[in-house]
Design a binder for this molecule. Structure first.
Ligand code: BG6
Length: 513
């Protein structure tokens, strides 16, 4: 939601009584993100007063054990402290429902449980189904939600069911398409929320405001004034305990197809005609559709993949990807990917968009850098004593969320010397810390039926349409063309060359202090 305040704290919308069902309730995401988000929404009074949480999982555990797990997760991961009073308010409404994801009987039992809770509440409740399982079981869950009648509960009313589907949304274009077919058969698109948690980050939402609520950017936001756009989403961590999932995924599927492509779409899109979800998503899809297909035959130096070797991260030894737990020694999964893309449209023709993402890089940083064209070499540009740097607009998604503009300035003194200076805005300095987590915003929006910050089916398919051929090509080539980089560095040399060849260089990392 971009256009109004959270539902129960100012706008006229009121979230109806709700039953949240999490599939994959014993998983890592529930512990680290979903439970803390639900708790913090409840603490802020943003959940309806009558709100229940049912964890659905394969392990057979009791309600009590599930509550204990949730409490432990909150103690570890909530951004705010859990006082007894707020925990007690939530705890009495938490249940666990054990079952396999392909067992229609367990879905029918879930439906009965939900009806009983409704009877107890003495009113109708909306169900929000959160599919947070490994992607392999998305299909049976969605089919069984349909088959059991849970998908169609209270259809056409304000308590109609809703479903949030975690990423990755498919493995490639055809699997994403199949998922969309099942979804379309079982749900109306208005009930469906394909999540990409980057869209819930404050700074990402703010991107639209910066672009379209300020008049100084629009005139220069095009091929006439922008010489390149860079998007970096880097992490210093390795795959940790997620080796099993990650090795089937890789950087292109795990990060570029979704998070990075969303940042690209928001940066490149045309102004939407209004702030309603469809106008915004239409423009994002148009931007993604304008991306020129990548050349994949032979070796294309503009499509780079690599995997991390051993190295030093924060001064400590870090092992190679192939030595991580759960990674086969002959794995060819990329932990780093970089691409050079062009949009074939009026605004961006000829402007390279450089994208990169990887694990075990020099630092955790998500940043969009808009590099402007150099001024004409008439005054300072002609003299080698004056180093005229290109103007940069750096939008820092995380950490140290903020925006920095780099301009050339004269250094003080009798001799005329130029130096880039920064005009900097920091979220924390201006607004203080403790902003809501992305999942809080997104769960609240889904509860209120607002799909603005979620991915539409055609959007997911358009992004896969560009990247699937690359994945197929990599798969056919195996190890051939898989580069490597030392842990704790900024990735393979080939990625530096990718920019140097066009007279650019990666900025992120150099602008952090
Ligand atoms: C997830 C990926 O979507 O995003 C993870 O699956 C990655 O591999 C994570 O670590 C990064 O998210 P954030 O919010 O920490 O940048």
């Amino acid at each position: 939601m971009i256009n109004s305040t959270p539902s129960n704290s100012g706008s006229t919308r009121k979230t109806p009584p709700t039953i949240i069902v999490i599939f994959g309730a014993s998983g890592d995401l529930t512990a680290r993100k979903l439970a803390p988000a639900i708790f913090n929404l409840s603490k802020d009074g943003l959940l309806p007063q009558r709100c229940f949480l049912i964890g659905y999982g394969r392990s057979v555990i009791s309600n009590g054990e599930f509550k204990n797990d949730i409490k432990k997760a909150l103690d570890l991961h909530s951004r705010r402290k859990i006082e007894d009073s707020s925990w007690n308010a939530l705890e009495k409404n938490i249940f666990f429902h054990a079952g396999a994801y392909d067992d229609i009987g367990r879905f029918s039992a879930l439906k009965e449980k939900i009806s009983k809770i409704e009877e107890q509440m003495e009113c109708k409740a909306q169900c929000l189904f959160y599919v947070s399982t490994p992607p392999g079981v998305f299909m049976p869950i969605l089919e069984n939600l349909g088959e059991s009648g849970l998908a169609k509960r209270h259809k056409g009313t304000e308590t109609a069911s809703k479903v949030i589907i975690e990423k990755p949304f498919g493995r490639d274009l055809s699997t994403a398409h199949e998922l969309n077919l099942v979804i379309n058969r079982r749900f109306d698109e208005s009930q469906v929320f394909r999540i990409d948690h980057y869209l819930g980050k404050e700074t990402v939402q703010s991107l639209l405001v910066q672009r379209f609520a300020n008049s100084i950017f629009e005139p220069v936001w095009n091929r006439n004034y922008v010489s390149s756009v860079q998007i970096t989403v880097s992490e210093d961590l390795g795959v940790g305990s997620r080796g099993g999932y990650y090795d089937r995924s890789g950087a292109l599927r795990d990060m570029i197809q979704n998070h990075v492509m969303q940042l690209l779409a928001l940066t490149a899109m045309e102004p939407p005609s209004s702030l309603d979800p469809e106008s915004i998503r239409d423009e994002k899809v148009k931007a993604l559709k304008a991306l020129k297909p990548l050349v994949i035959e032979g070796y294309n130096p503009e499509v780079i993949r690599a995997s991390y070797a051993a190295g030093l991260v924060d001064g400590l030894p870090a092992k190679a990807y192939l030595k991580e737990d759960g990674i086969p020694p002959d794995s060819v999964t990329e932990t780093y990917a970089a691409l050079k893309l062009y949009l074939d449209n009026w605004r961006w023709k000829g402007v390279p968009f450089y994208l990169r993402s990887g694990k075990r890089l020099a630092m955790k940083a998500s940043e969009i850098v808009v590099q402007f064209t150099r001024p004409p070499a008439i005054l300072f540009g002609q003299d080698s004593r004056f180093k005229v740097s290109p103007n940069l607009l750096v939008i820092r998604i995380q950490p140290n969320e903020g925006i920095t503009m780099f301009l050339n300035s004269k250094t003080p003194g009798l001799e005329t010397k130029l130096q880039p200076i920064k005009l900097a805005f920091g979220y924390e300095t201006t607004f203080g810390s403790n902003t809501p987590e992305a999942y809080e915003r997104l769960i609240l929006d889904a509860l209120n039926g607002d799909g603005t910050l979620f991915i539409r089916g055609d959007e997911a398919e358009t992004s896969w349409g560009l990247l699937s051929p690359v994945l197929e090509c990599w798969e056919s080539k195996g190890k051939d063309g898989l580069d490597s980089y030392a842990s704790g560095t900024w990735g393979p040399l080939a990625a530096d060359k990718l920019l140097l060849n066009s007279g650019h260089e990666w900025i992120t990392g150099k602008t952090y202090e």
